[in-house]
Design a protein around this ligand. Sequence first.
Ligand SMILES: NC(=O)c1ccc[n+]([C@@H]2O[C@H](COP(=O)([O-])OP(=O)(O)OC[C@H]3O[C@@H](n4cnc5c(N)ncnc54)[C@H](OP(=O)(O)O)[C@@H]3O)[C@@H](O)[C@H]2O)c1
Length: 267
Amino acid sequence: MKILVTGATGSVGRLVVDELLALGATDVRALTNNPVKAALPDGVEVVEGYLGRPETLPAALDGVERMYLAPLIRTVHEVCRLAAAAGVRHIVDMAGMKGDHWQAIEDGVEACGVPWTHLEPGEFMPNADIWAGQIASTGMVRDCYGDATNAPIALEDIAAVAARILVDGGHHGRSYELTGPESLSRRERVRLIAEALGREITYVELPRDQAIEQLALVMGEYAEWYVDGQAQLLEHPQRPVPTVAELLGRPATTFAEWARRHVDSFR
Ligand SMILES: NC(=O)c1ccc[n+]([C@@H]2O[C@H](COP(=O)([O-])OP(=O)(O)OC[C@H]3O[C@@H](n4cnc5c(N)ncnc54)[C@H](OP(=O)(O)O)[C@@H]3O)[C@@H](O)[C@H]2O)c1
């Protein structure tokens, strides 16, 4: 059974490849712009292409039974039509919370008629990397809405869920909201990074506009959208859901574990 991983060098797709191999999948094809640079693991069939260049997909989809679909809205309808035409029998896509920016991914997948499973992660734990430069250079985090609370998820957990479903099959027509195991405010996340580093980090609350200016240095045009999303969490904190643990039979990664594992990013 051939499984295609699109966005196979991306932050999630690359982990999906690893998780598939760990589960014993033996026929994994990875899609990348640059097969040489990609340095994918031995045993993975690497093909040249990109979701943003749909003309590269018929060759990549040939013989594929199941696929992981990375989130690229611009071409999703065309990509999914090509997957249906190629005889793909299951698409596991990563979108986001229902009704948010990533809804277009689910719409495109559902329109093509191939059985699907939607993965709907909330905020990613590595979004905390937006603080890395400040922490390393000043020992402070200047941010806003420090009490905004959600349940961020580790990319490893999203990838593990995707791989589990791709290997096991089934789960057709199911949407899985995916979160980390606990709700945390932004201040609490900074505290957990400080614990992982073994030193103090001062959290400084900024007014909205200054926070957008600060964040634009690392997030560019998305800074305003991101900051205003945090404001909404003040009124509607996100609660954790048990989906990751239920699907994987192990607890979801905590933020403290994630921070310890990725502590070098903050040094
Ligand atoms: N809840 C959330 O926060 C949420 C939910 C869903 C999605 N997302 C977003 O989903 C994305 C997931 O990241 P990801 O790294 O796994 O996947 P990705 O951004 O889709 O990138 C996957 C691969 O596509 C290629 N690529 C990306 N942009 C390109 C471009 N402009 N031109 C040519 N090739 C391009 C690169 O492959 P090569 O190495 O082969 O060049 C890249 O490694 C993030 O942007 C994240 O913000 C977030």
